[in-house]
Design a protein around this ligand. Structure first.
Ligand code: ADP
Length: 167
């Protein structure tokens, strides 16, 4: 079992499942969501339409279509609204439920973007800490999921995850 932090683009990852920082409609958006839909092709949107949305902190799975990844796990992370609206708990749920779904679908390798720390404005350091803790905890008991990669799109995000791993 291994958890790795890298800089890169999650849409290029040749893993069993990549996670999409989606919104609750699952009908596409900006940021990493838009990049995943562009790279996967229009079939992804068609598959997402059949899912009828997803609640914040929950997760749903589709094929990866044109992506190198076999599956896309879609999870809407929380929108930061000051920290008193269960944001931390909901972010933990997003990571946990995504990993559970990967485990149920016999995925050995999973790649994440940094959920909620973009347009949803979850504070980066706190978000990175929640991600690292939740993923490491999950890996202790996982049967199928062996390798998890946090794919950081920009240097600031990468540095925050490197720091979060230290303490
Ligand atoms: P959210 O709405 O959950 O905040 P965003 O897509 O706005 O989602 O941002 C989440 C993170 O994903 C940010 O760190 C952003 O820089 C990053 N990101 C954007 N495009 C990609 C990509 N292709 N691969 C990995 N991360 C990406």
């Amino acid at each position: 079992m291994a958890f790795e932090v890298i800089r890169g683009d999650v849409t290029t990852m040749p893993v069993d499942a990549i996670v999409n920082a989606a919104n609750t409609t699952l009908l596409g958006g900006g940021g990493v969501d838009g990049a995943i839909h562009r790279a996967a092709g229009p079939e992804l949107l068609a598959a997402c339409r059949l899912l009828h949305g997803c609640k914040t902190g929950e997760a749903k799975i589709t094929p990866g279509f044109k992506l190198p990844a076999k599956f896309v796990i879609h999870t809407p992370g929380p929108i930061w609204r000051g920290g008193q609206h269960h944001e931390a708990e909901l972010l933990r749920n997003s990571y946990q439920n995504s990993l559970r779904l990967a485990e149920e679908n016999h995925c050995g390798s999973v790649a994440f973007p940094s959920i909620s720390t973009g347009v949803y404005r979850f504070p980066l350091q706190a978000g990175a800490k929640i991600a690292v803790t939740t993923i490491n905890e999950f890996l202790k008991t996982a049967q199928n999921v062996k390798d998890v990669t946090m794919v950081c799109f920009d240097e600031e995000t990468y540095q925050a995850y490197v720091e979060a791993q230290k303490v």
